[in-house]
Design a protein around this ligand. Structure first.
Ligand code: TNX
Length: 533
């Protein structure tokens, strides 16, 4: 029987106490600079107000914080727009967008816009950022500075009787622009509600890209109106043979909106030309491959859908007109429902096309993505094709990634032995695969994307991403067991400069997060490398 239920054998602290000095913070990812100042703390009370100064979504961020405190404490903080007369006395939490903030902090291109400063005194918390996203990440930090009891799902517990923050100043800017988490909803389907719970978890750790692997051999998970059988047939099963599932366009839009409210961009992936058996089962004329039961033994169902876990054998026929009508329609519909800048075309593990057929396929798909106004992302093999400036390659096993770098394109770093969170922690932990090795927490944490493989420099790296392939993962509980605590480790690799972070520091800080996870109902692997609180 699975041990995946929350089972950490820990004695949780009974009291959810406020921090006494900012130096003692346990923030993950670790901020660029934290300076404690002697002086009285900021104490939240019935007369505290949240004041929003900036675009409309700053109000939304204010409400996000107010709602959190409302469910776990007696605090009912009003959220007001700046400028209105503020009659009531009391202390103020100011959320302000100021496009000149952080002007003299050195950063990589673009990342300054996600930074923030947080000044805490007895009467005021001033959170200032250049954009609404920066403010939201500042609130994520503030959340972690508050006692863990604020995470309680209902106020009956009253776990956080005193909600206060010690005085001081935090300045924080991310190292990389792309900090991603990938969910494979193709091998096993995840419901809209599960995806939203995952987005909540990402928001805790300042991850800003949700990559959804929407189609693979075992499932097609998004409605394409011009090719209805993709979901009717291709979405009907999943690995192991259970019934699958798919998102309607309205479902997908709900996910995109929920993510956007948390400053997370959804990156849809339709894997092609390989990993396409679900599409081929629905429309056999697309395919130049059929799974043959004699080769695969298990997994091949009568309707042509596949429920096993072999990779590399399926491919769209690269020279047929129907294939290009299909690619064009799919990319058009996906692009139309995706406000984010990216469409991921997969491109991995194609073993049944020639090098030339493969490169040509990627180049044509790339042109279609560009025609619909999006930036192409592909797994590192796309480096074998001629890339347009700005196209992005995702490193996973490092052998072809450098081909993209040599063309001047940037990489998302997802090296299997560090970031494949579908790998087991140890030989004896449950669920997961092991082809890229076992990944205990320290292994997930202790590496630097810029020095991971020769030929890379800081500027060739757009960021990091942790894929969660779901061949062995049937539900969110199992997913969280693999994600936690490794996803926060990856988040720190992506956000914090190497000079600020260390394994010792991380393992001490992350230990204090477990009480939050327990209150939030987040499952986790209690790694023996951490003295969990
Ligand atoms: C490799 S990584 C794959 C996936 C599998 C994964 C399992 C990559 C681009 N392709 O199709 O699900 O390994 O870990």
């Amino acid at each position: 029987t699975p041990l995946l239920a929350q089972s950490a054998p820990v004695a949780a602290p009974v009291v959810s106490a406020p921090l006494t000095t900012l130096d003692a913070h346990r923030v993950v990812p670790v901020p660029t600079s934290v300076v404690a100042v002697t002086g009285a703390p900021f104490v939240f009370s019935a007369s505290t107000a949240i004041v929003a100064d900036g675009p409309a979504d700053v109000m939304q961020t204010g409400e996000f914080l107010a709602r959190m405190l409302r469910k776990s404490t007696a605090l009912r903080l009003p959220v007001r727009r700046a400028g209105r007369a503020m009659a009531a006395p009391g202390n103020v939490l100011l959320l302000r967008v100021d496009t000149s903030a952080l002007a003299n902090v050195a950063t990589a291109p673009g990342t300054r816009n996600e930074g923030y400063t947080l000044d805490i005194t007895a009467d005021t918390i001033r959170l200032v950022a250049r954009t609404s996203a920066g403010l939201f990440w500042g609130v994520a930090t503030l959340r972690q500075l508050l006692p863990w009891g604020i995470e309680a799902e209902h106020s009956a517990l009253r776990l956080a009787p005193t909600v206060s923050v010690p005085s001081g100043r935090i300045t924080d800017v991310p190292r990389f622009a792309w900090r991603g988490s990938m969910l494979d909803v193709a091998r096993h389907f995840f419901t809209v509600d599960e995806v939203m719970q995952h987005i909540d978890l990402m928001a805790l750790y300042k991850l800003n890209r949700l990559h959804l692997h929407l189609a693979d051999d075992q499932g097609w998970r998004i409605v394409i109106a011009s090719w209805p059988k993709l979901t009717q047939v291709g979405g009907s099963t999943e690995v192991g043979g259970a019934s699958g599932g798919f998102y309607t366009k309205a479902d997908y839009t709900d996910i995109v909106r929920y993510a956007a409210a948390r400053h997370i961009v959804v990156v849809p992936e339709i894997d092609m030309p390989g990993h396409t058996n679900a599409a081929i089962a629905a429309y056999p004329r697309l395919g130049c491959s059929r799974p043959t039961p004699s080769i695969f033994g298990e997994g091949t169902q009568p309707a042509g859908v596949y429920t096993g876990i072999r990779v590399g054998w399926s491919a769209l026929c690269p020279d047929k007109a129907i294939t290009w009508r299909f690619v064009n329609d799919v990319v058009r519909e996906i692009a139309a429902m995706t406000p984010g800048a990216y469409v991921h075309i997969g491109g991995d593990e194609v073993e049944v096309l020639s090098h030339k057929q493969y490169a040509r396929f990627v180049e044509r798909a790339q042109a279609i993505v560009a025609k619909y106004g999006k930036t192409m992302v592909g797994w590192e093999e796309v480096g074998k094709a001629t890339l347009r400036p700005g196209s992005i390659a995702q490193l996973w096993r490092s052998d072809t990634a450098l081909l993209a770098v040599k063309q001047g394109n940037q990489l998302i770093m997802s090296p299997g032995p560090r970031t494949y969170l579908d790998m087991k922690y140890t030989p004896t932990t449950e669920v997961g695969l092991r082809w890229a090795g076992y990944i205990e927490l320290q292994t997930a944490y202790d590496w630097d994307p810029a020095t991971y493989s020769p030929g890379l420099t800081e500027s060739s790296i757009l960021g990091v991403e942790a894929p969660l392939w779901s061949e062995t993962i049937k539900n969110l509980n199992a997913a969280q067991y693999l994600l936690m605590p490794r996803l926060p480790a990856l988040a720190e690799v992506g956000w914090s400069a190497t000079a600020q972070r260390s394994w010792e520091g991380f393992r001490t800080r992350i230990a204090a997060h477990a009480p939050r996870w327990r209150l939030l109902g987040i499952n986790y692997y209690p790694s023996p490398q951490v003295a969990w609180e």
